[in-house]
Write a protein that binds this ligand. Structure first.
Ligand code: KIV
Length: 298
């Protein structure tokens, strides 16, 4: 399971070039898998940087994973911008994508462009992502691309509109629904998206659509044959309760480890084992004598 620590150290020390759009296209052309992970703050971004991933997404999944909202729907734009700016400060190399939250791009092309500009200017993102491949999302994607900001599309399960999709469940599982997902992916590509996320769709549907995709496709629960894969940081590292979706593979159980660490601290404090002498600061004897004299004088 584990990457060799020397590889992580090498990534830390390396002067790898920043990942660019031409590099992502090159990776697709060469059949090199593109690795994307979400990050929402400085330490998760540092982990992504040190691991040497190609792309980081400040996903609106952060609404749930780090901000504690019940779904991605309520997260305000300003909170997403704060998460994205923190991730930016932790990154040098991966291509950084900011996720446009629900309600921040649907109303008009102007609204979508204004929101995307904030992700680039205020948070330092390289690109933005928006959900859905219906006429509204496609129009907004095209408007943002025309404004000079790269856009990543997202089809299949789109959590912002999960209610309309019938809940958090796989999409495109019959011929009609599968054809709709395929049409949406192609429409986003046509609109100028530089890449598209396929989420929670049958692997066979992915395999049917891939030959028509000239831009990189990043999958999550879409089978092995996309150009790359993405997972949510907190899912893959187990920084959450519960198992999550079927497509999640867990590489660590950090929430348990965190709780064990905090519980050990609590026990040390209660049993008077912490702080030990080595955690304190000393004072020369003569200074202490002077201090006592000064305190007595009062
Ligand atoms: O918000 C998110 O984390 C996402 C990924 C699952 C693609 O949209």
């Amino acid at each position: 399971m584990s990457a060799h620590p020397s590889q992580i150290a090498a990534n830390a020390a390396s002067d790898r070039l920043p990942v660019t759009l031409p590099r992502l296209n090159e990776m697709k052309a060469l059949g090199e898998k593109i690795v994307m992970v979400t990050a929402y703050d400085f330490p998760s971004a540092r982990a992504a940087e040190l691991a040497g991933v190609d792309m980081v997404l400040v996903g609106d999944s952060g609404a749930m994973t780090v901000l504690g909202y019940p779904t991605t729907v309520p997260v305000p734009l300003d909170e997403m911008l704060m998460l994205a700016a923190a991730a930016r400060r932790g990154l040098k190399t991966p291509f950084l994508v900011g996720d446009l939250p629900f309600g921040s791009y649907e109303i008009s092309d102007e609204q979508a462009i204004a929101t995307a500009l904030r992700f680039v200017k205020e948070a330092g993102c390289d690109a933005v992502k928006l959900e859905g491949g219906g006429p509204t999302s496609v129009a907004r994607a095209q408007a943002i691309v025309n404004a000079g900001i790269p856009v990543m599309g997202h089809v299949g399960l789109t959590p912002q509109t999960a209610t309309a999709l019938g809940g958090y469940k796989a999409q495109g599982r019959n011929a009609e629904a599968g054809a709709k997902v395929a049409r949406e992916a192609l429409a986003l590509q046509e609109a100028g998206c530089f890449a598209v996320v396929f989420e929670a769709i049958p692997s066979a549907l992915t395999d049917e659509v891939m030959p028509q995709m000239s831009v990189p496709v990043i999958g999550i629960g879409a089978g092995p044959n996309t150009d790359g894969q993405v997972l949510v940081f907190h899912d893959l590292l187990g920084i959450r309760e519960g198992l999550g979706a079927r497509f999640v593979k867990r590489y660590a159980n950090l929430l348990d480890e965190m709780a064990v660490g905090v519980a050990a601290f609590a026990e040390d404090v209660r049993e008077r084992r912490y702080p030990a002498p080595e955690h304190g600061y000393s004072m020369p004897d003569e200074e202490l004598a002077g201090l006592r004299a000064a305190l007595q004088a009062h």
